[in-house]
Ligand binder design. Sequence first.
Ligand code: DQA
Length: 151
Amino acid sequence: PAILLLNGPNLNLLGTREPGTYGAATLADVEANCRATAERLGHTLEALQSNHEGVLIDAIHAAGRRFKAGELLGVVMNPGAYTHTSVALHDAIAGVAPLPVMEVHISNVHAREAFRHHSYISPVAAGIVVGFGVAGYELAIEGLVRKAAAR
Ligand code: DQA
């Protein structure tokens, strides 16, 4: 089954956006590295980035259906700033349980502004990877695959 990599708002700007915080890798670099990691582990990768909350919600719903059909292993998601604001994304993930969604943050959000310390996603996430830079996406793929093997 495939793995879905979902990136939320402003992550299309990776590489040029606050490089001191998020690094020099572009979203295309991240997606290529994740594809290589997924393929090494015997899976395909599908990638979507959107700046729109509703598009991300629709993608979670579709992923839930595909998980049920056995076509998708799970989701690795960096919800960006929607992490800290979106009850709707929380509810979308809860609504398609038990689809596993791994939450990724490039930066250590707990070492930053207080408004980044709370996540609406964490209570419904299958796992959380925080503060490893863009390598965190690949660590989350590894974790997702290991969890699926343990089921
Ligand atoms: C982020 C952290 C969020 O607080 C921020 O709004 C982002 C990126 C991260 O990957 O570190 O857009 O999710």
